[in-house]
Design a protein around this ligand. Structure first.
Ligand SMILES: [Zn+2]
Length: 273
């Protein structure tokens, strides 16, 4: 295949799941903000002949099973993004186990497909993360961001840039789990997507993708469906959350999908495949 490969994964959650909303003073009565973003992503992936992985907050499968059916019927992979978008370090060991196990079962029951991948909300993982994944039947994780330390955010913990058995990412982790770290800009070591796409623009992302690809690394990007929709103003949600959401983001995704990369699901990058 001539085209280099990349992953444009989706963290399928609603605006009301994100910590910036949950910590805000205000609220909204809309319970599924981001739903039309999922529909749009399915359309754009279809037009771009791209296959993706959707890391789904499992409670969405309970409220909108038909949407999840559309994701699977469109040929995309489904992974878990917990049951309720909880931060894994903010709950105890028993609850972490339950979050991972129950979300996987809910998603498998809803789709009829096997769920083998996991991404932690806010890339927040506990000391027993890989052991818990192993014990709850997962095969791969994508919760490592090998970026520099960003105060008040994350980073500084990992250097691994390409898929590896988890024990190469974290000492003592089970090697049965494959870690698929998300892309960071070589040299600069800041994330390539998420908020950083909206801060730094599409050219920054495409440039980083090319640099990684030249090093033989498949760039793993991610997007949230709520970033593609026009968000309601909620008192106390920081401005950075709104920055370039909606139309700007819809065009950005289109441009990334129009690049020379072929977009593949996460699972195709695991050693098992
Ligand atoms: Zn999330």
């Amino acid at each position: 295949m001539d085209r280099p490969t990349a992953v444009l994964s989706v963290d399928m959650e609603w605006f009301t799941h994100i910590p910036a909303y949950r910590n805000a003073r205000g609220s909204t009565t809309d319970t599924d903000i981001g739903r039309s973003g999922v529909e749009l992503l399915l359309e754009l992936f279809g037009e771009g002949d791209a296959t993706s992985t959707f890391f789904v907050v499992a409670e969405i499968a309970e409220h909108a099973p038909e949407l999840l059916t559309r994701v699977v019927e469109s040929g995309h992979e489904v992974g878990s993004h917990t049951h309720n978008h909880v931060h894994l370090t903010e709950v105890d060991e028993t609850e972490r186990h339950e979050e991972l196990q129950a979300s996987r079962k809910t998603l498998e029951d809803a789709t009829g497909a096997s769920v083998t991948g996991f991404r932690a909300p806010s890339f927040d993982t506990a000391h027993d993360h890989f052991e818990t994944l192993d014990a709850t039947g997962y095969e791969y994780d994508s919760s490592v961001v090998p970026c520099r330390s960003i105060p008040g955010w994350y980073g500084g913990d990992h250097t691994v840039q390409r898929p590896v058995p988890a024990d190469q990412a974290v000492d003592g982790a089970p090697s049965s789990i494959t870690e698929l770290p998300v892309a960071v800009m070589p040299g600069l070591r800041l994330p390539l997507t998420g908020t950083w796409l909206r801060f730094f623009g599409v050219r920054y992302v495409l440039w980083g993708m090319r640099l990684l690809s030249r090093r033989g690394i498949t760039p793993i990007l991610y997007v949230h469906p709520w970033e593609l929709v026009d968000l309601p103003a909620v008192d106390g949600v920081p401005r950075r959350v709104y920055w370039r959401t909606g139309e700007w983001m819809r065009q950005a995704i289109t441009r990334i999908l129009d690049s020379r990369f072929g977009f593949v699901p996460m699972r195709s990058l695991t050693t098992a495949d």
